[in-house]
Design a binder for this molecule. Structure first.
Ligand code: HEM
Ligand code: HEM
Length: 173
């Protein structure tokens, strides 16, 4: 078991970050559901948890990208469909960046301020409707798009593993 990636296997750090982020991202994508439940059961708004967790994911993305650069013997994409894999992974990384950013802008525009688990990043201030509306729309569009990109990613991983039989899933297992 190695920490660093090798040519045909992601190392421990990359695998832990991949699966941890995947699980928390799905939890975040289901926010409407659990925030409503929290409100209904305990009368609490889940927005503080939503913002804090979303910002933590953005920070983890930074760690992930730095770690990716550090790994010199990086995993090579499967030869067939190499370009599709590159575009797909780029879309996943892009959305993991744009989604928290648009959420941040929506929260900023709302005037309620932005918090990271009690740490005030942006203090409450005047509502900026153009920023709130633009941020919300972009946040909603990108989170919806994310479901489709993730579905494509999972389908591609399963196709490579089970139809092409090239052991793609084992690289991340
Ligand atoms: C929210 C969910 C997910 C996100 C955001 C995500 C993101 C990513 C990203 C960005 C990479 C590229 C890694 C790199 O080269 O740096 C990757 C690789 C991979 N992911 Fe996911 N992933 C998710 C869920 C899953 C699931 C559920 C599976 C299993 C079916 C999976 C299987 C894989 C495999 C096998 C690779 C390696 C592909 C290769 O290098 O050829 N991922 N994932
Ligand atoms: C990867 C991280 C994130 C994911 C997956 C995510 C996902 C979601 C989802 C699914 C919703 C429900 C409605 C919609 O689609 O607009 C939502 C709403 C919202 N999110 Fe996020 N979010 C993330 C990060 C953040 C961050 C970092 C902030 C702020 C600092 C934020 C602020 C908001 C706000 C203000 C709303 C309510 C918008 C509205 O009322 O339409 N989000 N988010």
């Amino acid at each position: 078991m190695t920490w660093l990636d090798s040519e045909n296997h992601y190392g421990l750090v990359s695998r832990v970050i991949h699966w941890l982020m995947a699980a928390v991202l799905v939890f975040m994508l289901l926010s409407e559901w659990w925030m409503e439940a929290l409100e209904h059961i305990a009368g609490l708004s889940g927005m503080a948890i939503h913002q804090g967790t979303g910002l933590a994911l953005a920070a983890l993305l930074g760690v992930r990208l730095v770690w990716r650069l550090i790994n010199r013997g990086r995993v090579q994409p499967t030869q067939s469909w190499k370009l599709a894999a590159r575009i797909g992974h780029l879309a996943l990384y892009g959305l993991m960046l744009i989604i928290p950013l648009t959420g941040f802008l929506a929260a900023w525009g709302s005037g309620h301020g932005v918090d990271f688990f009690g740490l005030h990043l942006i203090s409450p201030g005047p509502e900026m409707e153009w920023l709130e509306d633009g941020g919300e729309e972009a946040h909603e569009f990108t989170t919806t798009l994310f479901w489709f990109v993730i579905a494509g990613h999972v389908a591609a991983a399963l196709f490579h593993q089970h139809v092409k039989g090239d052991g793609t899933l084992r690289k991340m297992a």
